[in-house]
Design a binder for this molecule. Structure first.
Ligand SMILES: Nc1ncnc2c1ncn2[C@@H]1O[C@H](COP(=O)(O)OP(=O)(O)OP(=O)(O)O)[C@@H](O)[C@H]1O
Ligand SMILES: [Mg+2]
Length: 251
């Protein structure tokens, strides 16, 4: 039994083709979410070639899930991230998902069901947008930020609670000669502080799984882990976790 999971995120669209009898991912891919959702998904499916003919069911999730009418079913991102994280880390009790434009913290029961969640989609400061702006100001690629931050030799505070003000603060720090590595670490610590504050109203507990595209940043994984007092578990390819959950839930 083969299924297709599609996560139409505000920044990237991800697909996973899942073999439910072998419990194995047969194919995964992602690309930037385009204006015409069907075109974005068709382009990803093209890459999967002949495999698409064996897909029995499909399920869409993510911000744009209702815009893809071809899916057999739709599920919320909370349900999909929870499902995949429970499968990958059966002991997981808390899931943090940080994407390009929002952040979510989900608590799970011992059986892996969603217990509660808090979503922040009002403020960019705890999301990938903050990292994208930082990479732009530090003139590097977002994938280089973690390496940079790991070379920090000083913990400096970043006082702005908003990405727009943080941009001015970063420009000011650079003008004063602050090292890019210390700024990159300060941004990660600032995101970690925000996520920890977002978790506070929830009755969260470890083990904690960190998913979403932003979980690719190993220094941020370290900073959030430090803020929570627990080491975080990160799936092999954290960006596709939501799509994997959708593929599992397609049956
Ligand atoms: N190497 C990296 N390190 C840290 N962050 C990264 C890296 N590569 C990409 N990102 C961030 O991950 C984001 C994409 O993640 P993801 O696909 O989970 O977002 P999304 O699902 O589209 O957004 P949302 O869930 O907010 O709707 C990018 O916009 C970028 O900010
Ligand atoms: Mg997402």
């Amino acid at each position: 039994m083969i299924s297709l999971g599609i996560d139409i995120g505000s920044r990237n669209t991800k697909i996973v083709i899942w073999d439910n009898s072998q419990k194995e991912i047969l194919f995964s891919a992602y690309t930037a979410t385009g204006v015409i959702i069907k075109e974005t998904i068709d382009a990803l499916l093209d890459k999967a070639g002949n495999l698409t003919s064996s897909i029995k069911y499909s399920c869409a999730t993510g911000y744009g899930r209702k815009m893809y009418k071809e899916a057999d079913s739709i599920k919320s991102e909370i349900t999909c991230h929870a499902k995949a994280c429970h499968m990958l880390f059966p002991q997981a009790r808390t899931v943090i998902d940080i994407g390009g434009q929002d952040s979510k913290v989900i608590t799970l029961t011992e059986a892996g069901n969603v217990e509660d969640f808090i979503m922040n989609d009002k403020c960019a400061a705890g999301t990938g947008r903050f990292l994208e702006m930082t990479a732009n100001k530090l003139e590097c690629d977002i994938s280089e930020l973690s390496d940079l931050a790991s070379k920090a030799d000083k913990e400096i505070p970043l006082n702005s609670t908003c990405v727009v003000f943080a941009e001015s603060e970063i420009i000011g720090l650079l003008a004063k000669g602050e090292k890019p590595e210390n700024i990159a670490r300060a941004v990660n610590n600032s995101i970690a502080k925000r996520i920890y504050a977002q978790m506070a109203p929830l009755n969260w507990q470890a083990p904690i799984v960190f998913t979403g595209g932003v979980a690719q940043g190993s220094d941020l994984v370290h900073c959030i882990g430090k803020a929570c007092g627990h080491e975080l578990h990160v799936p092999f390819d954290p960006e596709i976790t939501g799509a994997l959950g959708a593929a599992i839930l397609a049956f």
